[in-house]
Design a protein around this ligand. Structure first.
Ligand code: FES
Length: 106
């Protein structure tokens, strides 16, 4: 397991990026739940964000790829709109233990 951060470091309905042994990981928080994905867009395999820790669309309901506007569901990383429609972000399995977010599978 690889320690990412305290859950409290991620604002609710927002996301943060972390360097990890498997590459940069995006962690989205919704209440006490977290969802993790590799920061690699299925369109052309580059990172989603232009600015540090800016991964959400304006509604904060979807992950946004800033490159060409793809929108991804938070719960499973499925691309709902954009050039990679129908594909998904690669999941990065997470665990919350004692209010710390851990990356599994490392
Ligand atoms: S690189 Fe993400 S939509 Fe094109």
């Amino acid at each position: 397991m690889f320690r990412l951060c305290p859950l409290a470091d991620i604002p609710d309905n927002d996301a943060r990026g972390f360097r990890s042994p498997i590459g940069e990981v995006i962690v989205v928080r919704q209440g006490l739940a977290v969802f993790g994905y590799l920061n690699r867009c299925p369109h052309i395999g580059i990172g989603l964000n232009f600015q540090t820790d800016v991964f959400m669309d304006l509604t904060q309901r979807y992950l946004l790829c800033a490159n060409h506007g793809a929108l991804f569901r938070i719960e499973d990383g499925f691309c709902l709109r954009g050039p990679c429609h129908g594909q998904s972000l690669k999941q990065a399995p997470l665990l919350i233990e004692k209010s710390i977010v851990w990356l599994l599978d490392t």
